[in-house]
Design a protein around this ligand. Structure first.
Ligand SMILES: [Zn+2]
Length: 438
């Protein structure tokens, strides 16, 4: 919605009044998990909604020797399931099912026996033999299964088809091995997007440098868990070390207590530009002010209103509902706000997330905190930031890098229903990475 003068000999493409925007950035997703998911069986809502349906599904897959890989389990199906529950329904082949939170795998007895034999009995602290629960040990699991990360071609092209040219990967376990892998995926043209990689402190260790300007190291990711909060002083030290290396931190905060903890350590260590809160799912009014005072950015997932809204209304204390996945309040408090989908834990389509930020509507048709609704322009802006500074908007202007996407309709039509928007073409740094016409 602006005018650029034409330079001599510049090619002119007539877009017929359609909308040209800066390409989208997903400021919080998990690329390898998203690619792996296409080879996985969905074991949770909305596809699977009760214990009988899951038991049926597992029975159908209970043959062969290869690992069964299930994802998206949620305790609304059959409570906190363990190896014994899994053995009842899936005993012939090794099996693992991931909780939709992304940190927990539930492994059956056959799977545990294989892991025990391949690991020389060196089992990680996150593994409980009794329950078959494995927490936060994806790197170990990958090693035991001798699995290479999945090829990213298809996933990357699907994301480009949604207008996404820039990605921030927020996986806490990201280490130098993953960075090398992502770099090689870019070099081989499998990964078309530029990427910012958050993750372990080891990513910024002295003497280790990323290899291209299409790949940058992002914040140190600190994944808080209310039931098992880390030592306050240790986290302060971790933040200080990260800040000394000029590296910001990103706190995963989905509960009020996690947020209180994150804000307390950031107040003590002093925040730097780029420090951010991921999710900020529940924010009572007094914490809005603290976030604002500390100058933190919030990276939100409005798609959870759509995808999980009905479940939230059942699970969350009614007093907390007004604090849930806020939008407008952040903007009113001048808190810098950006968006991500958290794919594959959320749906990877940012247009659905934008529409949910506007409509505040769940899949079941319930409107959640309508006073937090954003305008369509604000909703789109959540995905138009720079990778290193997700709240600094990129613009189509002379001299800017040509990160662009062309929508199938004019802006007046697009803003009526962002979830209906199709992306005709996407450019990353002037290179066409998606073209639905040819
Ligand atoms: Zn995430």
């Amino acid at each position: 919605m602006g005018k650029l003068p034409r330079l001599t000999e510049e090619e002119v493409i007539d877009a017929g009044g359609r909308t040209l925007l800066p390409c989208l950035a997903d400021h919080h997703l998990h690329l390898l998990a998203l690619a792996a998911r296409s080879e996985s069986i969905i074991c949770g809502p909305p596809e699977i909604n009760n214990e009988a349906a899951l038991a049926d599904l597992l029975k159908q897959h209970d043959h062969g020797d290869l690992w069964f890989r299930g994802v998206a389990y949620h305790e609304s199906i059959a409570g906190i399931i363990d190896r014994h529950w899994l053995d009842q329904h899936l005993s012939e082949r090794p099996a693992r099912i991931q909780h939709r939170g992304g940190r927990l795998w539930i492994i059956n007895s056959k799977g545990l026996a294989i892991l025990n034999s391949t690991s020389n009995k060196k089992l990680p602290p996150g593994l409980s033999w009794d329950s078959g629960h494995l927490y936060d040990s994806d790197a170990w699991l990958r090693q035991q299964l001798a699995s290479t990360p999945p090829d990213l071609s298809r996933t990357s092209r699907e994301l480009a088809g949604l207008g996404i040219g820039l990605i921030t990967d927020m996986t806490p376990q990201n280490d130098p091995f993953i960075v090398d892998f992502l770099n090689s995926q870019q070099q081989n043209n499998n990964l078309l997007q530029d990427i910012l990689i958050a993750g372990q402190p080891s990513l910024s260790k002295l003497g280790w440098q990323p290899h291209s300007d299409r790949l940058k190291i992002g914040p140190t990711k600190i994944h808080l868990q209310e039931a098992n909060l880390p030592d306050f002083d240790e986290i302060c030290e971790l933040i200080a070390e990260s800040h000394i290396e000029d590296r910001s931190v990103a706190f995963h905060c989905v509960t009020e207590i996690e947020l209180v903890f994150a804000l307390a350590v950031l107040a003590k260590t002093q925040s730097i530009n780029g420090d951010r809160i991921e999710h900020a799912s529940i924010v009572p009014p007094h914490l809005l002010q603290s976030i604002s005072e500390l100058g933190l950015a919030v990276v939100t997932q409005p798609n959870f209103i759509l995808e999980r809204g009905d479940q939230y209304l059942k699970d969350i204390n009614f007093k907390e509902i007004p604090y849930l996945y806020r939008g407008k309040s952040f903007m009113d408090q001048e808190i810098r706000l950006a968006g991500g989908t958290d794919a594959p834990f959320g749906t990877a389509n940012p247009w659905l997330a934008m529409q949910a930020a506007v409509s505040r509507c769940s899949l079941g048709g319930q409107v959640i905190n309508h006073s937090e609704a954003l305008t369509p322009e604000q909703a789109v802006s959540l995905f138009l930031g720079e990778l290193q500074d997700p709240t600094k908007l990129r613009r189509l202007e002379a001299g800017a890098v040509a990160h662009m996407c062309l929508l199938d309709r004019n802006w007046h039509q697009a803003r009526q229903a962002l979830n209906n928007v199709e992306v005709i073409a996407t450019w990353r740094a002037g290179q066409l990475i998606h073209d639905s016409v040819n």
